[in-house]
Design a protein around this ligand. Sequence first.
Ligand SMILES: [Fe+2]
Length: 203
Amino acid sequence: MPADDTSIVDPPGDGPVGEVLGLFARRGDGHYGEVVDQRCHALQCATLAADAGATDSLVTAALLHDIGHLVRGPDPGGSYDLSVDDHHETVGARWVAPRFGAAVARAIAFHVLAKRYSCTVDPAYGARLSPTSTATLSAQGGLLGAAEQARFVAHPGFDEAMALRFWDEQAKVADAVTPGIGEFVPILSRLAVARPGATQTTG
Ligand SMILES: [Fe+2]
């Protein structure tokens, strides 16, 4: 659980950072089939990225990689159907791109592809997946064919996507203590994209 979540209780207003804090405040308690809730999962993932010395962009992607779940919200009745692909990586990437930039969005967009690739090239990886990640694999497209593998490996976003996936799988430890989301606000603020209509500072 987060050690300090005062920023969730008191989101700092509008803008991309405020939107992120608002989503985690409203929907971060959702579990989506995992032993940890979305807030704890995101904070564990971002902490692992930061501890590994990742760039601001990749730490932000780690924090927001499942934001698509929060943007969509639970299915009616609060359930979550694992047999249907919710395309949360695409939903998340589209939500993040105009707010935190294309590099963050790309790593988020690829984190499911990285799971499919890892399961394809390393059966032992598949055996280590959480039950939910295993259950959603086939709905997400299953294993990759040779051409899909080659395209992904050759993509400039491959290394970051694989790093994010590694932290994603480690970030499901029940009762792990992490910093609160406020710890990541300075990073989010550095990457936040000024949007049309937002107050601009000049001079
Ligand atoms: Fe995740």
